[in-house]
Design a binder for this molecule. Structure first.
Ligand code: ARG
Length: 481
């Protein structure tokens, strides 16, 4: 991502010569430092495939409406294909003097095919060109991330099915609350990721209007066919207002907001993996493939990937902040500020792709320690709610009263350092005559989870059903689940 910079400082005397693309009215070249701050080629060369696709569509459309001969259009498209292969092979020579990806490609086209290259920029501007390129790039990212997230969901759903009946403590305030199953916990993330994919899909729908042909800002006097270029580039329609077309980057912001929320979700799972792998929990194992050792402490097995996933949320969300601050307060339409939309967005999507891939690897690698989880679930009086619920259901006690009776039972058990089901029948009767030994049937963690059959509850039979439904849905769907 490093800019191709020439560290030559300011001064015009030995500075570059006038830009061959727009230098008509310029006698001298820019100061070296002007060129350095102005050029975006160091990073926007990444948009070359999208830029070439946009130019090909534009050239074909120009020929279609009679603004370019068929022969010239063919020559231009062939030249652009040559450039695409030069770029793909890493043979393209990017020039800082030519500022950005658009002018680098047009200048190379001129070298390759001569005069017809100069006809390509008819009825367009770099303003609508860059908006189109960047939209195409963000759209590609959305499609890639959607596939990756579906893969992660599938990994989670498979694990959930395999461990639908593995009991673990569910937490609130990170205090043991009620027993749940490991499968249920994993399926919670499948739901979150489904909403994340939905957010990306929504962003894609709004993004999918083509700015090409808005020209610099006002539209054009040439009889262009914007529907044709929009269609060729896979957009649903052309944008409706030329000013809006070149002035906004909300499509990138929406995608970055979706990326930020996704990263936040994954950082929570990452944090849980860090906790679960710690000696105090010992809930899961990760193999050598997803842990690292310490250079000093031989016993260590560190969850570095999870920690880095947790940390990258900051980096991904900062891209949103970068772009919102770039855009905030800009008068319509295009201002050069908007060139600063790219680096942070590129970095955010690169980071997110890495995060999702690493999380998928970790989820597939992760194995629970059912015995440790079960023991932890039994501690902390996790089935106290079950006792209260039993008093309501079996003895008709109002819940609020049942809550108090159970609270006293917990206090008594705690003072004796025993579990609730180790209280004697006498103890129970003394706490409340309606509390009998029959309550013990609901006090095991297995009974507790099995009883939670309400819609969306943690009962293993629910979890199995949901996991199977997700696996089926993910196998056939290519939209957000
Ligand atoms: N490199 C520019 C960008 O990324 C392209 C658009 C330049 N437009 C202009 N009017 N100078 O924003």
């Amino acid at each position: 991502m490093a800019n191709d910079r020439r560290k030559t400082g300011g001064g015009t005397a030995d500075g570059p010569s006038a830009n061959t693309m727009w230098g008509g009215r310029f006698a001298g070249g820019p100061a070296a430092i002007m060129q350095e701050i102005n050029a975006s080629i160091g990073f926007d060369k990444r948009l070359a495939p999208q830029d070439i696709a946009g130019s090909k569509a534009h050239a074909r459309m120009l020929a279609e409406v009679g603004l370019l001969t068929r022969e010239d259009a063919r020559t231009i498209v062939a030249g652009l294909d040559t450039i695409a292969s030069e770029v793909a092979a890493g043979r393209f020579k990017w020039s800082v003097a030519l500022e950005d990806v658009h002018m680098n490609i047009e200048a190379r086209l001129k070298e390759l095919i001569g005069e017809p290259a100069g006809r390509l920029h008819t009825a367009r501007s770099r303003n609508d060109q860059v908006a189109t390129d960047f939209k195409l790039w963000v759209r590609d990212q959305i499609d890639d991330i959607d596939r990756a997230l579906a893969g992660l969901q599938a990994g989670l759903a498979d694990k959930a099915l395999a461990h639908a009946g593995v009991v673990m403590p569910g937490f609130t305030h990170l205090q043991t609350a009620q027993p749940v199953t490991f499968g249920h916990h994993l399926l919670a993330y499948v739901e979150m990721l489904a909403r994340d994919r939905g957010r990306f899909a929504d962003a894609r729908t709004r993004l999918n209007e083509c700015p090409l042909g808005a020209a610099a800002l006002a539209g054009t006097s040439f009889p262009i066919d914007r529907h044709r270029t929009a269609g060729e580039l896979g957009f649903d329609r052309p944008t409706a207002n030329s000013l809006d077309s070149v002035a906004d980057r909300d499509f990138a912001l929406e995608a970055l907001a979706a990326a930020t929320i996704t990263a936040m979700h994954l950082s929570r799972l990452a944090e849980e993996i860090v906790l679960w792998l710690s000696a105090g929990f010992g809930f899961i194992r990760l193999s050598d493939r997803f842990t690292t050792g310490s250079s000093m402490m031989p016993q260590k097995r560190n969850p570095d990937a999870a920690e880095l996933i947790r940390a990258k949320t900051g980096r991904i969300s900062s891209a949103f902040h970068t772009l919102i601050l770039v855009m905030k307060g800009l008068p319509l339409t295009y201002s050069k500020d908007m060139q600063e939309d790219k680096e942070a967005t590129f970095d955010a999507f690169d980071s997110l792709a890495l995060v999702v891939a690493a999380m998928t690897g970790m989820v597939n690698d992760m194995e629970p320690e059912p015995e440790t989880m079960r023991r932890a679930a039994m501690g902390g009086y996790a089935t106290a709610t079950d006792m209260a619920d039993w008093l309501v259901q079996a003895a008709g006690v109002p819940f609020r009263e049942a809550h108090h009776i159970t609270g006293r039972a917990v206090a008594l058990a705690e003072s004796r350092k025993i579990s609730l089901d180790e209280l004697s029948e006498d103890d129970m009767r003394r706490l409340d005559p309606r509390l009998t030994g029959a309550v013990k049937a609901v006090l095991s963690v297995a009974a507790s989870v099995a009883s939670r059959k309400s819609h969306g509850g943690t009962a293993p039979q629910n979890v199995r059903k949901m996991a199977r439904a997700w696996i089926k849905r993910l196998a056939k769907a290519d939209g957000p689940g």
